[in-house]
Design a protein around this ligand. Structure first.
Ligand code: ADP
Ligand code: MG
Length: 269
């Protein structure tokens, strides 16, 4: 098994988290760069399944707007997931770089359409991402958006979708999750609504100084209105994605094919 990692040489560590680390590597034969996510494998059997799920689910995806899986292997209580390297960094960094300089409507819509196409592909495989946020959306060198970090992903309607222990940044979490309802495809739509809003304003839609007031705002769907110079269709879209009842929220299929949105995308892209 070790031999599998020997075909790569380490360039630098690019991220460190509770799981282990993300490392930029170079393939010795092709000189291509890849990212390797190195995950410490737990001894407990059910936790072991959880760790392996990320590699299994990512390997099932094949879409221009999802980080491409290359290979995965295990050795010495470590799991390595080798994937495409997105050299443009993550969308959160990109948003921060803007300072107070707004993105153009064309730019917002291009990235939004790309992330919806990626997320629709995930849902079409009956998988939920469950951690869509600007930090888990990566950019390639030519500015294409790719969804990554399948560390929280699960199969739709699996027991995991019900047992949702939330850990992480709370800004993107849909109201039904705070209400202890199961995670569903519309919860991912809510999170993408948060990213769309962030692209439009460079701020989170739901922000507060305490968890309690944040959760209250999310559960009421109370967010500051978008700047009035943005097209009406964009304001309408955000409003639909922030419907507090998941049944009232559009699916990704509806978003990508609805008359209003496709008209908006046609006009701007
Ligand atoms: P986690 O959020 O669980 O720590 P991620 O999969 O999001 O793990 O990876 C951690 C960090 O590593 C990311 O925030 C990003 O900066 C970097 N990273 C991960 N995958 C890639 C990739 N394919 N291309 C570029 N950077 C990546
Ligand atoms: Mg992440």
């Amino acid at each position: 098994m070790r031999r599998s990692m020997e075909k790569y040489s380490l360039v630098k560590v690019i991220g460190e988290g509770s799981f282990g680390r993300a490392v930029l590597v170079r393939c010795k034969s092709s000189q291509e760069k890849y990212v390797v996510k190195e995950i410490q494998l737990p001894k407990n059997q059910s936790k072991l399944e959880n760790s392996r799920r990320e590699a299994i689910l990512l390997s099932r995806m094949k879409h221009p707007n999802i980080v491409a899986f290359r290979e995965a292997f295990e050795a010495d209580e470590l799991l390595w997931i080798v994937m495409e390297y997105c050299s443009g960094g993550d969308l959160l960094q990109r948003i921060k770089q803007q300072k107070s300089n707004q993105f153009s409507v064309d730019n917002i819509l291009k990235w939004f359409a790309e992330m919806c196409a990626g997320a629709k592909h995930i849902h079409d495989q009956r998988v939920l991402h469950r951690d869509l946020k600007s930090k888990n959306i990566f950019l390639t060198d030519n500015g294409t958006v790719k969804l990554g970090d399948f560390g929280s992903a699960c199969i739709l309607n699996s027991s995991k979708a019900y047992a949702h222990a939330y850990v992480g940044t709370p800004y993107y979490v849909a109201p039904e999750i705070w209400d202890n309802k199961p995670y569903n495809n519309k919860s991912d739509v809510w999170s993408l609504g948060c990213v769309l809003y962030e692209l439009c304003t460079l701020r989170h839609p739901f922000q507060a100084s305490s968890w309690k007031s944040l959760i209250l705002k999310v559960c009421r769907g109370a967010y500051p209105p978008l700047p009035s110079h943005l097209p009406y269709e964009l304001q309408y879209l955000v409003k639909q994605m922030f419907k507090t009842n998941p049944k009232d929220r559009p699916s990704l299929h509806t978003i990508l094919t609805s008359h209003r949105v496709s008209k908006l995308l046609r006009t701007h892209l």
